[in-house]
Design a binder for this molecule. Structure first.
Ligand SMILES: NC(=O)c1ccc[n+]([C@@H]2O[C@H](COP(=O)([O-])OP(=O)(O)OC[C@H]3O[C@@H](n4cnc5c(N)ncnc54)[C@H](OP(=O)(O)O)[C@@H]3O)[C@@H](O)[C@H]2O)c1
Length: 231
């Protein structure tokens, strides 16, 4: 499939690498495709253009472009931008390029302006995913993958046991596609829970404060939830 990723950093490059390995045509995107991605004490990632060139050298169908070019390229589109800026990034992507398409929202609207730990820009009775759906009513927004670190998103088998991923969205067919094709089929998730409409994104996004504490307590980002029920 043709996949457009809005964003160019850790999540965008990790998802793109996996999707390209699987044979898809992927365009990642940036406000400036020539700028390397400085991730502070986590090092530097290649620019979107260098990432795509490196992937093409491996024979893969990779490209880098503007947010609008990536959204136009995608039969499905992924929002992998900093959550506090997702609405402006998607505005630049263009409502017309998102209309009718599944928009997988992996973002978290973390506010670092008052230092660490970050707070959530939207919570309790609101969520980033709902804001995106309200701003782009013709897009089919599905919240997924925001609850795990990037390397876990695309390689859930690393735990040696099934752990849990979630989908939420107002469009049942879009949720079903993300669950069965993207998550189970392409990425290998074995326990995907459908949480229903997009109000479930509130809880999925409010998991982040606990996720951050768990990263501190375990000393790694490579962990995940496993939901078990009695009986
Ligand atoms: N890192 C993880 O493992 C992980 C796991 C789960 C969820 N998430 C969520 O996934 C999203 C992406 O995370 P990330 O770590 O890959 O990178 P990030 O640093 O959170 O976001 C990078 C992207 O946001 C865009 N961006 C930043 N400010 C912008 C602005 N003012 N206007 C438009 N776009 C802007 C950047 O565009 P440019 O390319 O133009 O700079 C870049 O593509 C975030 O919402 C994050 O919370 C991350």
């Amino acid at each position: 499939m043709d996949i457009g990723i809005i964003g160019s950093s850790t999540v965008a490059q990790t998802l793109a690498t996996k999707l390209l390995e699987l044979g898809h045509s992927v365009m990642i995107s940036s406000r400036d495709t020539s700028l390397a991605k400085d991730r502070g004490d986590r090092g530097t990632l290649p620019s979107a253009a260098d990432f795509a060139a490196g992937q093409r050298e491996l024979g893969r169908r990779a490209a880098a472009g503007s947010f609008a070019q990536a959204a136009a390229h995608g039969e499905i589109v992924v929002n992998a931008t900093a959550g506090g800026h997702s609405l402006e990034a998607l505005e630049a992507a263009g409502a017309e390029n998102l209309a009718g398409k599944i928009l997988v929202d992996v973002a978290n609207a973390l506010d670092f302006s008052r230092g660490m730990p970050p707070t959530l820009l939207y919570c309790n009775t609101d969520s980033l995913a709902e804001r995106i759906q309200a701003a782009f009513p013709a897009a089919r927004v599905v919240k997924a993958l925001n609850t795990a670190t990037a390397t876990v998103m695309v390689d859930p088998s690393q735990f040696g046991e099934a752990t849990t991923m979630f989908v939420a969205g107002n469009d049942q067919a879009a949720r079903d596609w993300v669950r069965s094709e993207l998550l189970e089929g392409w990425f290998g998730w074995r326990q995907v829970l459908d949480l229903g409409d997009l109000t479930a994104a509130r809880g999925l996004e409010m998991w982040l404060p606990l996720w951050l504490r768990l990263m501190g307590a375990t000393g790694t980002a490579a962990f995940n939830l496993r939901i078990v029920t009695a009986g």
